[in-house]
Design a protein around this ligand. Structure first.
Ligand code: AP5
Length: 214
């Protein structure tokens, strides 16, 4: 099962990715998590990516395409994978198609911008795993701690309101055209395009997504 999760920053892609991954046993490939791991490791790619990410912009297509091609070729992706945050531009989607990587489902999670700005101020993340919480809508069992490891949760550097608004601008300009791209793809191939209302509760969205994928 090969799935793409599509939606604005903060729409709930990472949250639903955890649920889908647990249900179907396929790896989550989050380009954002891969870049944050490179930043933490202090690699040249990480140093370059940090400047771009803190400014709310996109890392270059060439770098991201290279990262994803390498990742999907690994053994744990043989039975499928879940792409979270990729593709994010038409050139990225074209590169995937040119590489012969097809997908079974494109899952769009739709949330209006103002709701996203409200959500991001309450987001907390576990940097080691990418598990995501919200102080009100999806709180951890113990305040400030990851449910699985008990590690401290952190606020992402790019969750400041002005950066979130820039990221939303980039989403509308560069990522939203992928909705038409994959709608057309679904009409011409076996790919299924599924759209969900991401303003419903985390559990309601999960239930509908899992039902549609099952
Ligand atoms: P990335 O890490 O991919 O960030 P993003 O796409 O902007 O998405 P987020 O992780 O911010 O949000 P999400 O949709 O996963 O929402 P979440 O589940 O956390 O990318 C970061 C940066 O890396 C980019 O800006 C770019 O610079 C670079 N990058 C990454 N990929 C790239 C690419 N392909 N090309 C170029 N550059 C790239 O949920 C958000 C909050 O809401 C949480 O607190 C959650 O608990 C809560 N929540 C979730 N669902 C609900 C719900 N239904 N109701 C209420 N609250 C909810």
């Amino acid at each position: 099962m090969r799935i793409i999760l599509l939606g604005a920053p903060g729409a709930g892609k990472g949250t639903q990715a955890q649920v889908i991954m647990n249900k179907f046993g396929i790896p989550q490939i989050s380009t954002g998590d891969m870049l944050r791991a490179a930043i933490k490791a202090g690699t040249p790619l990480g140093l370059e990516a940090k400047k771009v990410m803190d400014a709310g912009q996109l890392v270059s297509d060439d770098i991201i395409i290279g990262l994803v091609k390498e990742r999907v070729a690994q053994e744990d992706c043989t039975d499928g994978f879940l792409l979270d945050g990729f593709p994010r531009t038409i050139p990225q989607a074209d590169a995937m198609k040119d590489a012969g990587i097809s997908v079974d489902y494109v899952v769009e999670i739709d949330v209006p911008d103002e709701e996203i700005v409200k959500r991001m101020s309450g987001r907390r993340v576990h940097p080691g795993s990418g598990r995501t919480y919200h102080v009100v809508y999806n709180p951890p069992k113990v305040e400030g701690k990851d449910d699985v490891t008990g590690d401290d949760l952190v606020i992402r550097d790019d969750d400041q309101e002005d950066t979130v608004r820039k990221r939303l601008g980039v989403y509308h300009d560069q990522t939203k055209p992928l909705i038409d791209f994959y709608t057309a793809e679904a009409a011409a191939s076996a790919t299924q395009y599924l759209k969900f209302d991401g303003t419903e509760s985390v559990d309601q969205v999960s239930e509908k997504v899992l039902a549609a994928l099952s």
